[in-house]
Design a protein around this ligand. Structure first.
Ligand code: ATP
Ligand code: MG
Length: 379
């Protein structure tokens, strides 16, 4: 059996069932053909997992599911202290240790023995039966016993998950995904907070034959979200229109305003409620607070930049952790990596920018006609 604990969703009051169901659904999707059930504030995945490789594969999957606080491979017994003792001995015999402790959690208060009493009884059994010493403060091995509604679960290791909230427990958002390091991390953070992220990438079709690199990034992120939809929108025509009428210092801001408008259009279609970007305060010239104000001004939906207060170093660390970094650093010309002005404006004025945008000849509906929509799935 696998016993899965969720943290934050345990305290969501009446919405709790909805959160739990979202997590159960995602676990089923991630692990494939398994029986998953809820039991007394935890989720149980049924089945024997014996082989090391299988354990590792399952661990890797579960460690990417938002909403899981920790999980353990456990032995299931009935609600009987003798059976629990036998299972504890069996589990302990698979480990190398000198000192140990027993940590019991009794979710089912109808069980006749208190947690303390179970600790004592099982502890004595292992101490006498195996000749090991109890050490409550710094044991080599901890034997976890969980007393549920109909069963008890015995395990020795709690494997940490990523925490957060299950994908699907919050609404949809549209993330502006570049080929860079930051926006994949921003997207990940939104998934981790329970949103379903729809991706939107703009590329210059005259510079790159296909946005393969960004597809790779979406694939990586799909390991967390399990399913994903991505829009790839050609941006070349718009860029020529901008170049012909907007001074170079302001182009990036105008490009990004148009990106925001397209994102709003897609968000409306996809029933999404916010636009996500990888902006981090002051990191590049377009990310001064004045410029962000000029860019976000073009969006009627709220624009949320989850990385706004993070340092580059912290973002890079996170990108490595989630596995997008190595893809992001490959060379790639999206629409913004070329013709970045030598001296971009750092304090644009919103009225002037609006005027500049008004002079650009573009048509969002036509841009969207050229969009390629791709679906991704973990299996
Ligand atoms: P990133 O590492 O995400 O590219 P950055 O620090 O390099 O961010 P910019 O390239 O100026 O900064 O982009 C700022 C944000 O604008 C990105 O995080 C992303 O949300 C959005 N963006 C930029 N280029 C594109 C693009 N080609 N397609 C979609 N969104 C983009
Ligand atoms: Mg970039």
């Amino acid at each position: 059996m696998i016993v899965i604990h969720y943290g934050e969703i345990g305290v969501k009051g009446r919405n709790r069932v909805m959160f739990e169901n979202a997590l159960v659904r995602n676990i089923r999707k991630a692990l494939g053909d398994v029986v998953v059930r809820k039991e007394h504030g935890r989720i149980i995945v049924e089945g024997d997992v014996e082989e090391k490789e299988e354990k590792e594969a399952i661990t890797e999957r579960l460690q990417k599911i938002p909403g899981i606080e920790n999980f353990s491979f456990a032995v299931e017994t009935g609600l009987d202290i003798e059976e629990i003792k036998r299972a504890a001995i069996m589990v302990a015999k698979q480990e190398k240790f000198k000192t140990f402790k027993v940590a019991t959690k009794r979710a089912n208060k109808n069980f006749p023995l208190s947690s303390m009493k179970v600790n004592e009884e099982v502890g004595r059994e292992i101490k006498e039966g195996m000749g090991k010493d109890v050490d409550l403060s710094n044991p080599d091995l901890t034997i976890f016993i969980e007393i549920g509604g109909e069963n008890a679960y015995i395990s020795t290791k709690k494997i940490p998950g990523i925490g957060g909230l299950p994908v699907g427990s919050q609404g949809n958002v549209v993330a502006l995904l570049s080929g860079g390091i930051d926006s994949p991390v921003a997207s990940y953070f939104m998934m981790k907070r329970g949103c379903r992220v729809i991706f939107l990438h703009f590329y210059n079709e005259n510079l790159v034959s296909s946005p393969a690199k960004v597809e790779e990034i979406v694939k990586k992120l799909t390991e967390y979200q399990l399913e994903a939809k991505a829009y790839f929108v050609p941006f070349g025509e718009l860029q020529y229109a901008v170049i012909s009428s907007v001074p170079s210092r302001y182009r990036m801001i105008v490009y990004r305003r148009v990106m925001a408008r397209v994102a709003n259009e897609i968000a409306t279609k996809e029933k999404a409620h916010a636009i996500i970007t990888g902006d981090s305060m002051g990191q590049v010239a377009s990310q001064t607070i004045e410029n962000l104000r000029c860019i976000y001004d073009a969006s009627f939906l709220p624009v949320l930049p989850p990385l706004i207060g993070m340092d580059k170093r912290e973002i890079v660390e996170m990108a490595k952790k989630i596995g997008t970094y190595d893809i992001s650093i490959r060379t790639y010309d999206d629409c913004c990596s070329f013709m970045v002005a030598k001296h971009p404006a750092t304090r644009a004025n919103v009225d002037k920018i609006r005027e500049m945008e008004d002079n650009v000849d573009y048509d969002i509906a036509r841009m969207l006609e050229g969009a390629v929509v791709r679906k991704f799935s973990i299996r």
